[in-house]
Design a protein around this ligand. Structure first.
Ligand code: F6R
Length: 640
């Protein structure tokens, strides 16, 4: 997400650690890699050793890539480097691809000239009776090298650094710990099945980390934004172990703009600094004030503004009445029952164009159920209002189907083929192969190709049922099966040209006036962001086409979180009947009902989350003095 407001560092009085918002993850990683390289080179001059504290996970990968590049292209040598990794799962074999041993060798150690004896990673293969001595030895070894010079840290959604989960004490040292349920859930992205994630880990303690001379805490992406805010602005507490870093004399927090969105200086800058007002910031501030005081916008008084630190906003706006009316109107103008534009009407103050009255629309759904979860009501209105609507499911979603479900369908085809006496042998073979695959899956947890196809077909059938229920013709339902997703694991490949070409082909065939896409960047697996990037890249490559100039891109959210009220540019009200239709469309995705494979840390089912979010948006509008609706689906336009 773009930063809406100034990121003036003077606005940091709430921030208890030095924070730098870098332009991107890449830029931040280059800075850290440079700092490491400088230290290595400096120490080399004096024949000294550099001691690095290293992290695993997705956060530091680009630092390691840059260090490898410096080694290959600039001759940076690591012969004087000693490393200590923060943690390792327990129990965990070193050769497992899911071990942190494997991770570190794969991303860094095997590609540089560090001596093997200089590498230290907690030993996940250790007998538990040796654990206490081993942890003591790990601490002593760090001390014997004179302590850590530079410590790299990611942060978990629990606030863990290393695997110091909530409840970790300030004086904690290297030890065996139990992982938090949220951490286990996040690790499912690698292990695929929750029950395969080790329940414990060996981790350096808070004190071990705090003894490092320089600490970098790093975070990227919106899903880290809430915990980053708490770590930086919250009080020091065992509940959020990252807050102990506030006590460190030489810590730098490097984050990207997405991870910064919840910081007060970004979200509500008027609370911490003098703001250079424009109408967008004014709108955010007025809505914030209305929500804070639980007052309709048109009832906000001069006194309300002044008592809440917004006196200077009145200076910018003239007076409170004028400001209230202006913001009220701009919010009201976002509301429309015509997501494809209202035909034959003045569209000056409407979010969509009246012409052409019948639009060609492509709804991109990253997973097979995001369309109905996030915009099922709007989808149905578009179809009912006569637009030529296409839905394109970007990935197969095959990793999110339980083995039991695949087996159920395999049994079904076996039984039916038996009953009808058609090619029964072949169907039985498929069935037996699937059952064998399930039984022999064991720790590898990766599905066979056949199993992936079956799971993909299950989701395809559900998505077709959902789209048909909304009223779409079969020929307007497209399954793109983007190749980047088809690793059979939660970890995906990077986007390739073939992914982009598939999207370009569809867009060129439809030539849409409107595209709807998931701007839901807190999806824990990151698939939504990759799918969104693929659309942007396709649009970029198609920008010379005439129809592109007329094509608007709307972003929806809702599966994982919702837009803020001040961000919304198109609000589609849903009646109780609309909402019931939406619920039934979501119900078509039976493999995701009850408890899906990847539930996230929200115990509600997807249809409940969607309804709660849509009702909540309607309540915000209602509370700000606009019409009271049952629910609202919200959209933001992306200008590409
Ligand atoms: C990894 C570690 C963890 C991760 C944290 C963030 O060695 O100690 O604290 O840094 O869980 O993980 P990612 O970077 O995968 O989001």
């Amino acid at each position: 997400m773009k930063i809406k407001f100034s990121q003036d560092a003077s606005a940091t009085m709430l921030e208890r650690m030095p924070v730098i918002i870098k332009a991107s993850e890449e830029a931040a990683c280059l800075d850290v890699a440079d700092a490491i390289a400088r230290l290595i080179i400096d120490k080399q001059k004096n024949n000294q050793t550099v001691v690095l504290g290293l992290a695993t996970g997705v956060t530091p990968i680009k630092i390691y890539q840059e260090l490898v590049r410096k080694h290959r292209e600039e001759g940076l040598s690591f012969r004087n480097v000693v490393t200590f990794n923060l943690d390792e799962y327990y129990p965990q074999s070193k050769t497992s691809k899911l071990s942190y041993h494997y991770f570190m060798h794969y991303h860094l150690f095997d590609q540089i000239d560090i001596p093997a004896e200089n590498i230290n990673i907690p030993d996940g293969e250790l007998d538990s009776d040796k654990m206490a001595d081993y942890c003591k030895f790990y601490e002593e070894k760090i001390d014997a090298y004179g302590g850590i010079d530079i410590q790299i840290l990611g942060i978990g959604r629990t606030g863990h650094i290393g695997f110091n989960e909530p409840g970790s004490r300030e004086e904690s040292l290297t030890r065996l710990v139990k992982l938090h349920p949220i951490t286990i859930m996040d690790a499912t992205r690698e292990f695929i099945r929750e029950d395969l994630v080790p329940r414990r880990a060996i981790t350096m303690g808070i004190k071990t980390i705090s003894k490092a001379r320089k600490v970098y805490l790093l975070a990227w992406g919106e899903k880290k934004a809430p915990i980053i805010k708490q770590a930086i602005e919250g009080p020091v507490s065992e509940e959020n172990p990252a807050t102990f870093l506030q006590l460190h004399p030489n810590v730098s927090v490097l984050i990207d703009p997405d991870a910064a969105v919840e910081l007060t200086r970004i979200k509500t800058p008027w609370v911490v600094s003098v703001v250079d007002w424009d109408i967008d910031i004014a709108k955010s501030a007025v809505i914030w004030l209305g929500q804070k005081l639980k007052k309709p916008i048109l009832k906000l008084t001069e006194d309300d503004y002044r008592k809440n630190g917004l006196g200077d906003l009145l200076g910018f706006a003239g007076d409170s009445q004028k400001l209230n009316v202006r913001i009220f109107n701009s919010l009201q103008h976002t509301i429309t029952g015509w997501p494809g534009g209202k035909p034959n009407s003045d569209d000056t103050h409407r979010p969509e164009r009246a012409n052409p009255a019948r639009k060609r629309v492509v709804i991109f759904s990253p997973h097979p159920d995001d369309d109905v979860i996030s915009m099922g009501g709007t989808f149905r209105k578009l179809v009912k209002q006569g637009h030529d609507v296409h839905v394109a499911y970007q990935v197969s979603g095959n990793i999110a189907v339980f083995d039991d479900d695949a087996r159920k369908y395999a049994e079904f085809i076996k039984d039916i083929s038996g009953a009808l006496d058609i090619a029964a042998g072949e169907f039985s073979r498929i069935h037996d192969e699937l059952v064998e695959a399930i039984n022999s899956k064991g720790e590898s947890s990766k599905d066979t190709k056949l199993m992936r196809s079956v799971k993909g077909f299950i989701r395809k059938g559900e998505a077709s049922a959902g789209a048909r229920f909304i009223g779409l013709k079969d020929e307007n339902i497209h399954f793109l099966n983007l190749p980047f997703y088809e690793t059979g694991e939660a970890r995906k490949n990077g986007l390739g040209q073939e992914d982009i070409d598939i999207i370009k082909k569809l867009l060129t065939a439809v030539k849409p006036h409107q595209i709807f896409a998931a701007g839901d960047l807190r999806d824990p697996h990151g698939t939504h962001k990759v799918c969104f990037d693929a659309i942007l890249m396709a649009l970029e490559e198609l920008k010379q086409e005439a129809w592109i100039k007329d094509c608007w891109l709307w972003m929806y959210r809702g599966a994982w979180h919702e837009w803020e009220t001040d961000e919304i540019e198109m609000a589609i009200p849903l009646s109780p009947v609309d909402l019931m239709y939406k619920r039934k469309a979501i119900f078509k995705h039976q493999s995701q009902k009850d408890t899906p494979v990847f539930p996230g840390n929200d115990p509600r089912e997807f249809w409940q989350r969607a309804e709660d979010r849509n009702r909540q948006t309607a309540q915000y509008f209602d509370q700000l003095g606009l019409t009271e609706y049952e629910a609202i689906e919200a959209f933001v336009r992306y200008h590409y």
